[in-house]
Design a protein around this ligand. Structure first.
Ligand SMILES: *Cc1c(COP(=O)(O)O)cnc(C)c1O
Length: 471
């Protein structure tokens, strides 16, 4: 596959370069494949349940061809995914896609684990390790740390703001051993990010060490997230007649979004033939994208803290990819958008629990409520000419092309549940008066020793530490 860039479509590069560079330093753009090949008919129209790994292999193959052999790719996929995505019916017109069955209990495991193995593969003929530096405010760091743990040829240094993340998140970050280390910085997330950025631009340091980043703009984190969209859409399409008595459903993916990497991966799956008719972009108070869809003007802003904190992004970096892939009118045909504030999140968790018995996390809850509102009058009201107000929580005034299917009850929602509710037990128990039970793998983390190293918010000290500790 050839890759180009969101800012300069004349750029041509290979997968290895796109992965190891993360972004194009010359243009400041993000890498995208020049095309999205449609999967073979034999997979798309098969009448039996798909297999997750087989789907993943078929989806990944065109993007790595000529650079990673089939055998190696199969190895990467089976190492990355000892777990799977799970599709569960929750009511007559909705499915939950549980994406939290990986080691850190959040969907970021899908992207980070694939990326780690691909980077290791591309580094295997080098004599020196590749040093990954990550600044994190929570979930990304644990997914990346866990994904790279014991992966040969790579090591990871995580910086996180001491005392500014949840105790469980801090445990997840501070208990790594071996090739993954955590520095707890006396400062904010922005300070951590500044330390990392300064290191990347420090010529002296870069002469001594090969440095790379692992952030969410990397194409090797985005592509693997498309695997579970394809998988889930095929599962739901296969089940729709027997379970939902709908012959030919319009399948809508409802995606809790922050940086919009997850949703962009859904767009890629759709391009590759996934039977997905449209999307719902569901956000918290950081509703930059719903506003853009409603008004046509893109207005990035500082982020606001919410209960769905992994979506606290005011300037979503994948806006640039969505915009490179589609016109605003195409986006408006494909997307409904929806947002909730903190009160709405609590109400949504409660609603989901009382109507279905399912305990949902604060991020997924926005998607659940969006899909509930959409099929209980909100879209019909818009279709009937109601104006709607994009500055208020709820469905943003925009009618996607699939709206009639919702009114006719011929649409099935796939609600992406991006984290295990136990990771946000305080908010969940505030809503429903009970704690979700902690999965064993999170419970285990709570009893591991803390190996983090304390660091002052000072670049010289950070650099000294790197020079003394990196190999
Ligand atoms: C990162 C994250 C999101 C947001 O995903 P984006 O790809 O940034 O839109 C949603 N939910 C959870 C639990 C996350 O960790």
């Amino acid at each position: 596959m050839i890759y180009t860039d969101t800012r300069d479509k004349t750029v041509r590069t290979d997968f290895r370069t796109a992965v190891l560079n993360g972004m194009n330093a010359t243009t400041g753009g993000l890498y995208i494949p020049v095309e999205f090949p449609v999967l073979d008919k034999s997979l798309l129209s098969r009448k039996t349940e798909p297999c997750f790994r087989e789907t993943a292999f078929a989806m990944a193959k065109p993007y790595v061809s000529g650079e990673i052999s089939d055998d190696q790719l199969m190895q990467i996929i089976s190492d990355a995914y000892p777990f799977t995505a799970m599709v569960k019916p929750i009511d007559k017109l909705s499915y939950i896609l549980e994406l939290f069955h990986g080691p850190t209990c959040a969907f970021k495991d899908f992207g980070a684990r694939f990326m780690a193995r691909v980077m290791s593969y591309f580094n295997k003929n080098e004599d020196t390790p590749l040093h990954i530096l990550v600044a994190t405010s929570g979930d990304t760091g644990s997914a990346v740390g866990s994904a790279f743990s014991n992966v040969p040829g790579l090591d990871v240094t995580i910086l996180y703001p001491e005392g500014k993340i949840s105790p469980l998140q801090e445990k997840q970050l501070s208990t790594f051993t071996g090739n993954v280390r955590a520095l707890r910085v006396a400062g904010t997330f922005d300070d951590c990010q500044r330390l990392v950025k300064t290191a990347f631009t420090d010529g002296d340091l870069r002469k001594k060490f090969r440095l790379s980043s692992a952030n969410s703009i990397n194409i090797s984190r985005l592509l693997p997230q498309s695997f579970y969209y394809m998988y889930a859409a095929l599962v739901v399409k296969n089940r729709s007649w027997q379970y939902n008595h709908i012959e030919n459903p319009s399948i809508i993916a409802v995606v809790p979004s922050g940086n919009f990497g997850n949703l962009t991966s859904g767009l890629i799956a759709r391009e590759m033939g996934a039977p997905i008719a449209g999307f719902v972009a569901a956000t918290n108070t950081n509703h930059t994208i719903p506003d853009w869809i409603a008004t046509g003007s893109y207005d990035p802003r500082p982020s606001v803290e919410t209960y769905a904190n992994a979506m606290d992004v005011g300037a979503p970096s994948n806006y640039e990819r969505m915009q490179a892939m589609y016109s605003l009118n195409e986006i408006r045909d494909l997307f409904a958008s929806y947002w909730l504030d903190n009160d709405g999140i609590i109400e949504a968790i409660r609603n989901c629990y009382s109507k279905t018995g399912y305990i949902i996390d604060p991020h997924g809850s926005i998607a659940w409520e969006a899909w509930y509102d959409i099929r209980h009058g909100a879209i019909e009201a818009l279709a009937g000419g109601q104006k709607g107000d994009y500055t208020k929580p709820g469905l943003t005034p925009n009618l996607p092309s699939w709206y009639k299917k919702v009114i006719e009850k011929q649409a099935l929602g796939i609600i992406l549940e991006t984290a295990h509710p136990a990771k946000f037990s305080e908010t969940v128990s505030k809503a429903i008066g009970r704690m979700p039970s902690l999965p064993e793998r999170l419970e285990k983390v709570m009893s591991l020793p803390d190996n983090s190293v304390s660091l002052k918010n000072d670049y010289t000290l950070f650099k000294d530490w790197l020079e003394a500790n990196l190999r």
